[in-house]
Design a protein around this ligand. Structure first.
Ligand SMILES: Cc1ncc(COP(=O)(O)O)c(C=O)c1O
Length: 395
């Protein structure tokens, strides 16, 4: 039976990272994978996480299973973080959530629930989007449609194209939106554009599914959730996939959630049972450690202050890197790179061709995706001039 299955090519992003690891070039720079790296080129463990972990290890008395919905303290924390502690939907009791293995698990459980509610529903995804959205949503049987999102010429959102394409969505369709720090392009909707999207969703009977994996890494925790919160204030139903991989640095601990904002309390409770059943058939119950840590960080005042300070420093550093990279590229290439500073979060397209991206890897050991998506957080004071010089060589 197994012999009929072919060898698959390696995951595009992870494959490039492996290639970078094997590259003997002493100047190599890995700008491929979406992990935050500090000035030392290390993806650090937050101090708040270290403190929470120590307390958990000291206090832990059992390794018994969590429930399929996960840790209650974590669910409370992630709901407040994402929706806002003063959320009216939360006060109305029409929100439920399930702890998932990372944001990917959050997307998958959201997809399972959409498929259960409306088998074969159409889900509109941005062009471009994070490639993993396609198998995560498509493999449950949802039909994927794409809407224009990024305009390479202006290095910004093609909002007219987005609106025009979403006019073709029918009542009952779902629209997948990146809550902030769009992956891969870094170009986000303005609040005024979110309001126009909310009007369209409302008028056309569409349900938003918001993937928020970078809250706190764009402009700040509250600012980055403003578009999502605007949708929640306007629409009766919103599905959210949240991740703690980047903003609490829990990548390998697989910590995320699916949050359902429902029409009323009874429906929120019903959807929770559906989400638990979906979890049970896919992976049974989520891993505990990351959520126990995140639950403490998100609900303990002292840990919360430490975490918010660390996250804010991370966010400021990314934005500082954007300014420095823009300057370095403009100096070496004599071209306008102002868009790098306008974009948010970890990613930007440099606007290079695939051939130029390949040359950068082969000749200079500067690794970025063929689309020229870079992880800005992979830049540091030691490699910035080399990256800028290498880009200027291929341009
Ligand atoms: C847009 C987007 N959504 C969701 C995720 C999910 O992240 P994780 O499953 O690691 O929490 C990522 C991770 O890179 C992402 O970029």
């Amino acid at each position: 039976m197994l012999q009929g299955l072919e060898q698959l090519s390696s995951d595009l992003i992870l494959g490039l990272s492996d290639a970078c690891r094997a590259d003997p070039n002493p100047n190599k720079v890995n700008l491929t994978v979406g992990i935050y790296m500090n000035e030392a080129g290390v993806c650090p463990v937050f101090e708040a996480v270290q403190l929470a972990q120590r307390a958990i290890v000291d206090e832990e008395v059992t390794k018994a299973y969590l429930s399929a919905a996960g840790d209650a303290q974590f669910n409370t924390g992630i709901q407040r973080l994402t929706l806002g502690a003063d959320s009216i939907a939360l006060a109305d009791g029409r929100v439920s959530s399930i702890q998932t293995p990372g944001g990917c698990g959050g997307l998958r459980i959201g997809a399972e629930i959409i498929q259960a509610a409306s088998p074969g529903a159409r889900v509109w995804i941005s062009d471009p989007t994070w490639p993993v959205h396609i198998p995560l949503l498509g493999s449950v049987g949802l039909q994927l449609q794409s809407y224009r999102y990024y305009d390479p010429a202006s290095h910004g959102v093609n909002f007219d194209g987005m609106v025009e394409d979403l006019k073709n969505a029918r009542a009952g369709d779902v629209v997948l939106l990146h809550g902030c720090c769009h992956n891969p392009c870094g170009a986000d909707l303005s609040l005024a554009q979110w309001a126009i999207v909310a009007d369209m969703l409302e008028q056309q009977g569409l349900t938003p599914f918001v993937d928020i994996a970078y809250q706190g890494l764009g402009d700040g925790l509250e600012e980055d959730a403003a578009g999502l919160r605007l949708l929640i204030s306007r629409l009766p139903e919103v599905i959210v996939a949240a991740s703690c991989s980047k903003n609490i640095g829990l990548y390998r601990e697989r910590t995320g959630a699916t949050i359902f904002v429902c029409r009323d309390e009874a429906n929120a409770s019903a959807i929770l049972t559906q989400a638990q059943a979906a979890a049970r058939r896919v992976y049974s119950m989520p891993p505990a450690h990351g959520a126990l840590v995140a639950g403490r960080v998100l609900t303990d005042d002292n840990l919360g202050v430490i975490w918010r300070t660390e996250l804010s420093a991370m966010c400021q550093r990314i934005n500082g890197l954007r300014t420095n990279l823009r300057r370095a590229l403009e100096t070496t290439c004599g071209q306008d790179f102002a868009f790098i500073e306008r974009e948010k979060g970890m990613f930007s397209f440099l606007g290079l061709s695939a051939a130029q991206a390949v040359r950068l890897r082969k000749e200079f050991g500067v690794y970025m995706l063929d689309s020229s998506r870079i992880n800005v957080a992979g830049i540091n004071a030691r490699n910035i001039d080399y990256v800028a010089q290498s880009v200027s060589e291929v341009l």
